[in-house]
Design a protein around this ligand. Sequence first.
Ligand code: HEM
Ligand code: HEM
Length: 203
Amino acid sequence: MAYTKEHHPVPARLMHSIHILAMIALAVTGFFIYKPNFPLFGMSMATARTIHFWAMFIVLLNLVVRVYWAFFGTNGDIKEFLPQKENKGTLFPLLSYYTFTRKTLPMTAKYNTLQKSTYSFWLFLLIFQGLTGFAMYWKTNPLFAPVIGAAGGLLNVYVIHYLTMWVFIVTTMVHVYLVLFEDFKAFKLMILGMESEGAHHHH
Ligand code: HEM
Ligand code: HEM
């Protein structure tokens, strides 16, 4: 499969870009909310929180639209996120490729098993982050009392929300690393909208 816009249609790329920008805003302002002496061009706490709240609505709305589009969009791609028969038996060859004990990637569907798992994991992680986030936002609302209760208190909710940010940062660094160093043509297409010739790799 070549790197064409058919492979990553405009709506998917647009939503991916909105997601990246919102996540960067969330992480940067989140850091500042966590540690207000973090030097952020003299930003005030009020500004950081306002940006965090705007970005959280954007990221969650974007997520809802992305999931809806995956199911009902013209080029809806929900099957790419679920197990597919092309990926059967490719997990171990894939793992040996990533641990440098195999030279070539096994042939897989558009997304390999590790990609599918990561992308699904992020879906749940973002919902989880929203849940802990709203529990802090509406801390006195009885609706979120079970979340605060399960965490063992509001203070723990803050800590969990903060640690979840690190899970996002670390997993996203792996995602970006693989895309840049293993599949630069996918990067050019997905981020810059530039098509290329050649077989599509899977990472
Ligand atoms: C998805 C929806 C999200 C909601 C509803 C949300 C909501 C919140 C709220 C209400 C606060 C507390 C603000 C305050 O007390 O001033 C907060 C803090 C924070 N947020 Fe989020 N957030 C979301 C996503 C994210 C994401 C994606 C990240 C990072 C990748 C993030 C990182 C942080 C951090 C690090 C803090 C500071 C926590 C602390 O003080 O220990 N948030 N968020
Ligand atoms: C600067 C940051 C990022 C870059 C350069 C980047 C790049 C890419 C590229 C090139 C693909 C296509 C992979 C392929 O065709 O094999 C992709 C897909 C994907 N990325 Fe990222 N990504 C970034 C940040 C993120 C973040 C922060 C998340 C979520 C936390 C994310 C989630 C996804 C998902 C779910 C897909 C599947 C396809 C789709 O949503 O349309 N990415 N990314």
